[in-house]
Design a protein around this ligand. Structure first.
Ligand SMILES: [Ca+2]
Ligand SMILES: [Ca+2]
Length: 199
């Protein structure tokens, strides 16, 4: 009598069914399935390129003027349409470029990577932009002005030694004029103690 090959085949199938069930259980328990699914999504997804610029708005007018430099090493964070994040740093000229998955992408700036005193004067942050598959999309330019404090003290240097000695009086009500490289000027008067401070 001829032997039926079916029982052998069934065992074979059952073994693999069991094997893959175990694997699935293990991965899904620690979200391994999501992890591999995301990698698969990243590989097969349609991508586009995002570019942008971050510059120093020296005169704080909200526009990039000739001679205003880019800001280097700013971390730009992207959250793509699959919810995955990635980061790129601006180059020496403040430019950045990054390939992301097509769709709506959230763009954020890691504020800790900006020089201190940075104040956004051009653009919106965070912002969302639609990245077209295979295309190059320019993100909004971001300009930052830098707020700094300067202060001083005015006194009568009677003996001309560059130091305020015991009996040398403070000079109150003296007008101090501060002018920047772009011709913007501000003025302030010293207080009763001869001190002044401007932002
Ligand atoms: Ca400017
Ligand atoms: Ca003196």
């Amino acid at each position: 009598m001829k032997k039926n090959p079916m029982p052998k085949l069934k065992t074979f199938h059952l073994f693999f069914l069991f094997f893959f069930t175990v694997i699935y259980q293990v991965y899904s328990q620690d979200q391994g399935i999501n992890f591999y699914q995301n990698i698969l999504n990243e590989i097969t997804a349609q991508k586009g390129t995002l570019t942008g610029k971050i510059y120093r708005d020296v005169n704080g007018n909200g526009t990039e003027d000739v001679g205003e430099p880019g800001i280097e090493n700013v971390s730009v964070i992207f959250v793509d349409s699959n919810g995955n994040g990635q980061t790129v740093q601006s180059d020496a000229n403040g430019n950045w470029t990054e390939e992301v998955i097509a769709g709506n992408t959230l763009i954020l700036i890691d504020n800790t990577s900006l020089p201190s005193g940075a104040l956004l004067t051009e653009g919106t942050e965070p912002s969302t932009i639609n990245v077209i598959s295979g295309g190059i999309v320019n993100a909004e330019k971001l300009g930052y002005a830098f707020v700094g404090d300067i202060s001083g003290h005015v006194y009568y240097d009677v003996n001309g030694n560059g130091i305020q000695n015991g009996l040398e009086a403070d000079m109150a009500n003296v007008e101090i004029i501060i002018e920047d490289d772009y011709g913007n000027s501000q003025s302030i008067f010293t207080d009763a103690n001869g001190d002044w401070s401007i932002q």
